[in-house]
Design a protein around this ligand. Sequence first.
Ligand code: DON
Length: 358
Amino acid sequence: MFKGKFLAVCTAFLALVLALPASAVAQATATTAAFSDAEVNAALQAAHAKYKNLAEGKNADYIPALAKVDPNIYGIALVTTDGKVYTTGDIKSEVSIQSISKVFTMAKVMEEQGADAIEKTIGVDPTGMRFNSIVAVEFAQKALGGPEINPLVNPGAITTTSMVAGATRDEIWKNLLGFYSDFAGRPLTVNQEVFKSESDTNQRNQAIGYLMYAYEFIKSDPARATDIYTEQCSVNVNAKDLATMAATLANGGKNPVTGKQIMKAENVPGVLSVMAIAGLYDDSGKWLYHTGLPAKSGVGGGLIAVSPGRFGIAVISPPLDDAGNSVRAQRAIADISNALGGNPYAAKADQSGKSRAE
Ligand code: DON
């Protein structure tokens, strides 16, 4: 009885596979994690050892509290789309999420207002300028044919935060923090020291908020938007939190560890494409050239990257390069992803043995 059913299921499966076009089979293969535990652990440990003593870069200091963070913190985590978690190094320490938060606020607004909301209100184009450039705001003006900015640089990010739903500041904040926490798979909290330190020194972001209001990108109180944006940047995360958040994007919006669908799968490609063009600011092109991975950095020292259908990866290490991206994190993620075949552009020739010429 059981044997008969088993044979019937096998036959049906075989028939289905034979009926699939070759491209669909290749697609299925490409999105299955094709590495063993030993390979992943070896890649993580090799990258950790290789860059542990790298002394390049320096902590952000324009937010005074960030200058005091231990520059030796160095944690790596990788979460696969089937929910396996791999870690090495300093996985207990937390850093403030900073600009990585912009990705998830963008996702939140797309969930609430539809996929068009960001593209129509802010734009999805690279600025090629620093993350807090005011020149970029001038070029983005609707009067000059905009919107031509994106939600991952400060002007676009503060505008995105101003679009999150909620009747009061408290309601907006709870809405946002709950969404971030669902991505991480645990309740996240705010680093109050960082929040206060940035609130005391964020006059440039306040100016950007007012400019975005003056140019009619922001439709509500710009001071409140900048304040909530500053709080979202102060959320504490460890490497595993960030890797789980990235893996949720790699997995069509479903957290692979908790199994909860956090955002619609149809909104994920838009988020990933803006990460690809602007996730590392004016170094985004260089990063994409070497890794092919949509990614996002934060001045707290975190960096996430997404290999769609395969894994999310994150490194925390505070010293940054001139563009504001963690030095160790960029090198470690590039090495690990390349070792595991994470680059989505690196397709191999079809192995079916058939070609159009035959
Ligand atoms: O608004 C700022 O300047 C910071 N809260 C975030 C900037 C940031 O993380 C840029 N990232 N690399």
